[in-house]
Design a protein around this ligand. Sequence first.
Ligand SMILES: [Zn+2]
Ligand SMILES: [Zn+2]
Length: 289
Amino acid sequence: MGRAATTSEGLNWLTLSVIVLFHVGALAALFLFSWQRLVVMAVLYVLAINVGIGMCYHRLLTHRGYHVPKWLEYVMSICATTSLEGGPIFWVSTHRVHHQLSDQEGDPHTPREGGWWAHAGWILFGAALHAQTAVLARYSPDLSRDRFHVWLSKYHWLPITVCGLLLFAGGWLWGGLVNGIAMVLWGVLLRVTLGLHATWLVNSATHLWGSRRFETRDGSRNNWWVALLTGGEGWHNNHHAHPVSARHGLAWYEIDPNFWGIWLLAKIGLARKIQVAKFDKENPKPAGA
Ligand SMILES: [Zn+2]
Ligand SMILES: [Zn+2]
């Protein structure tokens, strides 16, 4: 699953076309600014990237850092698919491989094979993973046993399509055809493009730039600006040292909005068994590392 194994598959033209289309749409959106569209984009961004990717795909499904009722896990997973980062089985398996082989042979996205490779190249050339359902399933036996996650992994493009259609219809009814188109450009194309880069920065930038609190075996770093863009996922050295911890920001100044979301779920009785790493300033080495 490293670069050597995947480049032989060649460039994934479908993925490349979709990504180019979304970038062009994102640029077009900038010419159609309105405050209402910005708010719609911001709300959908939080649902897709914070609630979906950070809180659900990453901290809940991949690492099981806390528990929620099944119905909520499914709703949050649907939110995650609207980021266009694939279905739960693909995302979770890829990320589990990353933790198993971080910055070694077989890591799907290590900057040791190039910063751009880790950022987006692995998606464009390594996308053969999408089709390797059997290989992926080995890394997510828990999800592969769940009929809803299997279904959502197959139809992960459906929620974002419905989202786009609703934005188009709602925008058109509210303010005419151009508004309908502009709503789709802001609520889907620009939002997805920004979200993809924010997530990809966790794979590229936080394995390149930032500080290292823990001497982990990989090159992970704590990067404050990636943490700001992703709701706390940038405290990546903390995370590699304590992968199961639902909390990534371990010091008071390491702001971690995705954990605030989990904390909020606990307050209203929806999240339990929350794993939180204890950070000892005197002895910063993680247990077992
Ligand atoms: Zn990492
Ligand atoms: Zn992780």
